[in-house]
Write a protein that binds this ligand. Structure first.
Ligand code: UTP
Length: 414
């Protein structure tokens, strides 16, 4: 133990993170050993590099922004719609589509204890977000008498709670062999001074490293082999919290196949031109989300000759990836983004403190960065009223009450 402690002290000194063992003498032997192991497994160089990179104001300036083509689901001709729908159904029936659900977030804005998927809508009867998604999948599986695999990514923190919830609910009467849980990786969170944070006096504070870790996490859990053995061709990737999200929308699947791309995404039209976040575009020829520092309201107002806005397609976290695309992405390290969040921490006196405002940086990879590794993407604009009712917090526009109302109106009463 002494040798390990000395090694750890050396590392912490090198990176000026000595505060992480400030309370070492007060810990039990098990806590001491766990803390040292945690520290030995941290890549301090990577954290330092990220901290410096984001503090450097002129990182990767985008020189050129270009629009991306999209189709609008609501203006497709009835014959096109039928063609996409039929092709989508044919692909689903042939057992070629699987579903990946990103459920590894902290749900910090909602402030709900436990995995967000276990949050229940106040409908009659109450229904959890996991059950809502399962019902969509089960609907197709039962109707066509097929197996549709469902891969659920959790954080290390909510993995067991998620599995227990499924067990307690008998896997919502879906074939248990079709449901796979896997965990994503973590990253330490840091204060604005670059210092790592303790969540307890014996524990460094880690958080999930963003939903973009999904490709590597699938590979690590050996689930890409499972997809191959099931002969899947397409994987839908979506979030956990949009109650109107049908992960097997046949029109979207048929549309993507017709576009002959390896990746596709549903989009929402952004009404407000001053809201310039999460807009699909090409940055320096690479497909992705327009970088805000270059994207102005003026650019947001640009139209083509027919008067269609060039840059109003926003990300709603509903994507289709070919299995080949997933395989390729599982070997690539996606870039990190930095988020400024509010998180409890252990203060200098060893007391847990809950801040009133954001106090830490979190590093996250995003699924949408995967698109930059492909030359084309198929974008399908869908109607917000029909397909988008996520639960993000209690007070904003995306709150549980609105989601429950929409779910009742559009799904339960259908
Ligand atoms: P959000 O960014 O909305 O995060 O994630 P969240 O966890 O739901 O809520 P906040 O931001 O902490 O308040 C969009 C989707 O990506 C998943 C979430 O579970 C959600 O389905 N996600 C997010 C992950 O799977 N892993 C992550 O590390 C982050």
């Amino acid at each position: 133990m002494d040798d390990t402690l000395n090694t750890v002290k050396g590392i912490l000194k090198k990176y000026t993170q000595e505060h992480l063992i400030s309370f070492y003498s007060q810990l039990t032997e098990t806590q001491k050993s766990n803390l040292l192991n945690q520290i030995l497994n941290i890549d301090f160089d990577e954290i330092l590099e990220l901290y410096n990179m984001f503090n450097d104001s002129d990182v990767n300036p985008t020189e050129e922004i270009e629009p991306l083509k999209y189709s609008d689901k609501s203006t497709l001709s009835p014959s096109k719609l039928k063609q996409y729908y039929n092709n989508g159904i044919k692909t689903i029936k042939a057992g070629k589509v699987g579903v990946i659900t990103l459920a590894g977030g902290q749900g910090s804005r909602l402030g709900f204890k436990g995995p967000k998927g276990t949050f229940c809508l106040d409908t009659n009867p109450k229904i959890s977000l996991f059950e809502i998604l399962c019902n969509y999948i089960k609907g197709y599986a039962n109707k066509y008498k097929i197996n549709i695999p469902w891969y659920i990514m959790t954080s290390t923190a909510n993995y067991f709670d998620t599995i227990n919830f499924f067990e307690k609910n008998d896997f919502f009467n879906y074939n248990r062999n079709n449901i796979h849980f896997f965990t994503q990786a973590n990253m330490p969170i840091i204060g604005i001074d670059g210092k790592l944070i303790l969540s307890e006096i014996y524990k460094v504070h880690f958080a999930s490293n963003g939903n973009g870790n999904v490709f590597k996490a699938l590979k690590k859990a050996n689930l890409i082999s499972d997809m191959e053995s099931r002969k899947l061709q397409w994987l839908f990737i979506g979030g956990i919290d949009n109650v109107l999200l049908d992960p097997l929308d046949p029109v979207f699947i048929g549309y993507t196949i017709s576009c002959k791309t390896q990746v596709s995404s549903k989009t929402l039209f952004k009404e407000d031109p001053s809201d310039i976040s999460w807009i699909f575009a090409k940055n320096n020829k690479k497909i992705g989300i327009a970088e805000c520092e270059n994207f102005t309201e003026q650019i947001s107002m640009l139209t083509d000759k027919k008067g269609n806005y060039l840059y109003r397609e926003t990300n709603m976290l509903a994507h289709l990836f070919s299995l080949n695309a997933i395989k390729k992405l599982s070997t690539i390290k996606l870039p990190y983004h930095r988020a400024f969040r509010k998180n409890a921490f252990v203060n200098e006196e060893g007391m847990k403190q809950v801040p009133d405002s954001p106090n830490i940086y979190k590093f996250e990879q995003f699924v949408f960065d995967a698109f930059s590794y492909f030359n084309n993407i198929a974008l399908l604009r869908v109607k917000k009223d029909d397909e988008f009712a996520p639960i993000k917090d209690f007070n904003g526009p995306y709150n549980p009450e609105v989601a429950a109302k929409k779910y009742e109106e559009l799904i339960l009463k259908k």
